[in-house]
Design a protein around this ligand. Sequence first.
Ligand SMILES: *[C@@H]1O[C@H](CO)[C@@H](O)[C@H](O)[C@H]1NC(C)=O
Ligand SMILES: *[C@@H]1O[C@H](CO)[C@@H](O)[C@H](O)[C@H]1NC(C)=O
Ligand SMILES: *[C@@H]1O[C@H](CO)[C@@H](O)[C@H](O)[C@H]1NC(C)=O
Ligand SMILES: *[C@@H]1O[C@H](CO)[C@@H](O)[C@H](O)[C@H]1NC(C)=O
Ligand SMILES: *[C@@H]1O[C@H](CO)[C@@H](O)[C@H](O)[C@H]1NC(C)=O
Ligand SMILES: *[C@@H]1O[C@H](CO)[C@@H](O)[C@H](O)[C@H]1NC(C)=O
Ligand SMILES: *[C@@H]1O[C@H](CO)[C@@H](O)[C@H](O)[C@H]1NC(C)=O
Length: 620
Amino acid sequence: MRLHLVLAGIVTGVYAQELYISTTGFTARPQCTAPPATPSYRFDEFYYSQSETVRYATSIPSPTTTHTFAPGYDEALEIWGTSLLTTTWGNWLPNQTVITATDTDDKYGQAAWSSQWQAASLVNYTSVGLYTTTVSPTPIPSSELVLPPRDYFSPTDCYNFPEDFLFGVAASAAQIEGAIALEGRAPTNQEKLISDDSPKNYVTNENYFLYKQDIQRLAAMGVKYYSFSIPWTRILPFTVPGSPINEEGIKHYNDLINYILDAGMQPVVTLLHFDSPLYFLRDSNQSATPDIGYSNGGYWHPEFVDSFVNYGKILFTHFGDRVPVWHTFNEPLLYAFNFTGIYNVVKAHAELYHYYHEVLGGKGKVGFKLNNNFGVPKNPENTTDIDAADRFNEMQLGGFGNPLCLGEQYPESLLKTLPGAEPLTDEELVYFANTTDFFGIDPYTATVVSPPPGGIEACSRQNMSTNALYPYCVTQETTNIYGWNIGYRSHSYVYITPTYLRSYLNYVYKTFHKPVLIGEFGFPVHDESSRDLTDQLFDSPRSTYYLSYLSETLKAIWEDGVHVAGAFAWSFMDNWEFGDYESQFGIQVVNRTSQERFFKKSFFDMVDFVGARKGLGYSR
Ligand SMILES: *[C@@H]1O[C@H](CO)[C@@H](O)[C@H](O)[C@H]1NC(C)=O
Ligand SMILES: *[C@@H]1O[C@H](CO)[C@@H](O)[C@H](O)[C@H]1NC(C)=O
Ligand SMILES: *[C@@H]1O[C@H](CO)[C@@H](O)[C@H](O)[C@H]1NC(C)=O
Ligand SMILES: *[C@@H]1O[C@H](CO)[C@@H](O)[C@H](O)[C@H]1NC(C)=O
Ligand SMILES: *[C@@H]1O[C@H](CO)[C@@H](O)[C@H](O)[C@H]1NC(C)=O
Ligand SMILES: *[C@@H]1O[C@H](CO)[C@@H](O)[C@H](O)[C@H]1NC(C)=O
Ligand SMILES: *[C@@H]1O[C@H](CO)[C@@H](O)[C@H](O)[C@H]1NC(C)=O
């Protein structure tokens, strides 16, 4: 059956971008030998040719070995040379406005904890959802694991994934957990992000209580790596060093990590995925326009670096023995707010990296993951377009990549454009150099870049309120030089641009000289949420996205010599997309009334693609 499809796989629409730099004429078919001169027509007996062979998804085998990536809790604590205070707080319930706790003279007590929620004054916090305690998982029936019909076209590459390639799926706490004010968690900026009547993050997918079922579903599909984030305020409700640790939070993530391992999978942990403690923003003007990024994560706060490093050490101490891969920051530029924010992220990351490897003796990997819709020059033969694309890409990646990978200064473009930007000192450059084990990126799509009207120079001397293109100061378009969309369009900003992914992987590896980890990639099918369930599940455009991106990743590895360390599909289920449930990035559908999950076709297609190329990371 597969052979048929491979032969039929000629050249599909998604490769069409390549034509734009080629010349004229039709696509070559070197794989095809000359057909017979005339067809031979005949009246054979007719029969129905479809076959309904059932093949099931393959689950992860039970673990036979355990790996240790850092000292266990007791030893790690001794290495740190500190003592840690723990306690519990409880819940701030829906509709609650009054503080009942009476321990008002304890600055870290229940009353102080409650007052954070009272001050946060959440709009419409009326429900915690269906669950208030961890739900026992039920086995995934084999009827849910039957492979869907294939799409006609599929990639024709003949490459396998390298043995150490990490394939997995990802999501973040604020987008799936719910339980925002239960079991001691304190408020984050995500609860305040949406001020209109769009959906909030209060309930989302209730993964905080349904995590066992969610892990079972991933294991049943054969996924090895599960990338998730921990909310800082669930571990340290008072944010700062010296404040007590939330026992319930530690227990939850210990249980989650152990459950992942018991299922034969591996955890990948992100320390901060946009959900900054509200603590850092309590006195700031949250509606102030950022110099860079689109939101205020409070990273500029004078207490941020020490507090983040302390929080990171706490996670390393508790979970470091079992976690092979860590991301310190998710897409920090988007929440950096201004130059101070960028500097603090670089500093905090480097401190934690040094601590993990040099003090704790951690043997896992520590890195970060950055946002960037890869900027491609509108006309690749026009140097001003190329300069504009270079500027766009270096401004998004170089603020972190230059110092942390290369020990090099911030890009000139950042220093010249952002108010108050200052170069790093020689001492800092030495300390920051080589402090990441990989370069994480979330390469969802590409954007077509050219200089702005009036030129880059004039724009970069202005600011956000006088020039909408500031600070990047480039024109970004979604159509190519001939007016075609750069790829098939999704429900949001993502276009299917697999050949640009290959180019992007080359750019990152050849610029920053670190293994590239695709921390997220995914595609919200247009209008998916308004369709019937069975139609949502048959998500061919998402399959095209994943299979073409993975195929181009293989070409980058084998043909271009790019070290791609792994790839995590975003998201492992539809989730809260910062005020929106309609941009469905998931490879599973979630029923928002019942919290049931359903596998989409793209999930099966992707696992089959990766498994057929020996990339699932087990069974060899
Ligand atoms: C909170 O109040 C709203 C009405 O304002 C009500 O619909 C809801 O059921 C209440 N929630 C709880 C948990 O009592
Ligand atoms: C709060 O809920 C009410 C009733 O559902 C709705 O009309 C209103 O728009 C909501 N407000 C916000 C800010 O979410
Ligand atoms: C907060 O910032 C916004 C946008 O820059 C501005 O309009 C508003 O006046 C500021 N508010 C305060 C209290 O400073
Ligand atoms: C390159 O593009 C810019 C604007 O994007 C244009 O002004 C310029 O004429 C182009 N140069 C050439 C050689 O085509
Ligand atoms: C970074 O590490 C690489 C490989 O270990 C080494 O060759 C390079 O000199 C280091 N760079 C800096 C700036 O320390
Ligand atoms: C960044 O913003 C914070 C908060 O408004 C401010 O204190 C700090 O000075 C700003 N940094 C720069 C370089 O403008
Ligand atoms: C979601 O689940 C509810 C409760 O089981 C059910 O009534 C509803 O039809 C489901 N929605 C969809 C779109 O399947």
